[in-house]
Each structure stands twice: as structure tokens, then as C-alpha cells.
Design a protein around this ligand. Structure first.
Ligand SMILES: [Zn+2]
Length: 233
């Protein structure tokens, strides 16, 4: 992974923190966000090298899709949990772009994204966006887009308020207490494309499935793949 450094060094405007963003304990390596221990200790999934990986199998049967991959396994109290905590809750906007860019380099090398036309981040509800100031999935998408040279769109998929009353919601919506639903932007044609949906954490896969369903509602002539930064087993 060290070989990526040269590439990442070219990233203009990256900030480098005083403390490693995974352990918040050690100093990070030069021009990096992680200390040497966390850098080599992060549990990569290697899913991009396996067609029918764990994540693929979890989503299989729930929705029609091409492929699925995630960068790291989520480990409770481990460095990935702290890293995603920093990505989500602190004002570390660059971490999202950094990780997206980082994974983009890995995916580019393995040619995993060779037929992807457009990268689409999972949208955040407006209220949350206002509160947080940014959408971490969008930052990841930005980073991926930059290293893969594939465009991304934050307008292709929208999140709209779910006006249905609790009793009218379907089982899934009630189970997950979905306040908002996804909707493909009708003014944005995805016809004939292979799109890559990006999320920060994949647990049940319900969000990924809901995003894909929203896109299929507008067009069936589309291929969909999924990428997540963290995968929860
Ligand atoms: Zn560390």
C-alpha cells in the first residue's frame, strides 16, 4: 500500500492530522492520516478480488446487481471504527476524500471498475446534511471519482421525505423506521449505464437495496454495482 503514497501526495490540499485518525494515540506517518501500526493493521476485505464474496452473498436475492465490494471490515473498537467515527462525526472532511481516493487506486489497479460509467453516492437527508455539513458517502464518491477518472453525480439519486403514515409504510420501512425514501432523479437518465452506488458502511444492505430499487423504478435498462468503505459482518 506504500506505493500509493506517491499518487496520494499529488492530492492537492489534503490535510494531515497531528494524531493518527484511527488510534488518536500515535503520530501519523509522514504525509499520512494513519500511524504505521494502524496503517498495516487495517483489515482489508479483498472483496474486489472475489466475485461471490461475503458482501455479494448478503445482497444476492434481495436485488438484481452486478458486483459488490468493500474496502475494510468493520471491527468494533478497532481502528476502522475509530476511523469511520472520525469520518462521520468530526470535522474531518478530507478523510472521506482520502479513503475514497485510496480505494479508487486499489480498484483501478485490479480493473474492477473498468465498465463503470457513473458513481452515485447514497444521498443524505437534507436535515442531516444541514446538521453535519457534508455527506460522507459523497466525499467517498468524490475520492473514488478522482482516482478512477469516472464521473460522479450527487443529483442522480435523491432522498425525499417519506410522507406515508407509519401504518401505510411497508414492513421494511417500518422495521428500519425509514423517515425518507430514495428517488431516482427523473431528469437524470441512467439508461444503458453501469452505475456504482457508494455508501460508507454496509450492514444489512437495506440502504443499498433501496437505492437500487429507486433506480430500477425509473429504468430497467441499467446495471448496478455497490461499493462500501466498511463492511459489517
Ligand atoms: Zn494509529
Amino acid at each position: 500500500m506504500r506505493k500509493l503514497q506517491k499518487y496520494l501526495d499529488d492530492f492537492i490540499g489534503i490535510f494531515f492530522p497531528d494524531l493518527c485518525l484511527a488510534c488518536m494515540d500515535e503520530h501519523p506517518m509522514q504525509d499520512d492520516i494513519l500511524c504505521v501500526e494502524c496503517y498495516y493493521g487495517l483489515p482489508e476485505t479483498g472483496f474486489h478480488l472475489i466475485d461471490k464474496n461475503q458482501m455479494f452473498n448478503k445482497l444476492a436475492g434481495k436485488v438484481w446487481f452486478e458486483k459488490a465490494t468493500a474496502l475494510f471490515y468493520f471491527q468494533k473498537d478497532g481502528p476502522t471504527q475509530k476511523l469511520i467515527h472520525n469520518l462521520k462525526y468530526d470535522d474531518q472532511i478530507n478523510v472521506g476524500i482520502y479513503l475514497g481516493k485510496y480505494y479508487g487506486v486499489i480498484l483501478k489497479r485490479s480493473n474492477w471498475c473498468h465498465d463503470i460509467d457513473l458513481i452515485i453516492p447514497v444521498p443524505l437527508h437534507k436535515r442531516k446534511l444541514q446538521k453535519r455539513g457534508y455527506n460522507q458517502s459523497q466525499l467517498l464518491a468524490e475520492g473514488l471519482s478522482e482516482s478512477l477518472g469516472i464521473p460522479y453525480s450527487k443529483k442522480a439519486l435523491l432522498r425525499v421525505t417519506n410522507s406515508k403514515s407509519q401504518t401505510k409504510k411497508n414492513l421494511l420501512e417500518r422495521l428500519y423506521n425509514v423517515e425518507s425514501v430514495f428517488q431516482a432523479n427523473p431528469r437524470f437518465s441512467l439508461k444503458g449505464m453501469h452505475v456504482l452506488i457508494v455508501d460508507d458502511v454496509m450492514t444489512t444492505g437495506a440502504t443499498m437495496v433501496a437505492c437500487a430499487d429507486a433506480i430500477y423504478e425509473v429504468t430497467k435498462d441499467v446495471k448496478i454495482s455497490f461499493v462500501s468503505m466498511l463492511y459489517v459482518e
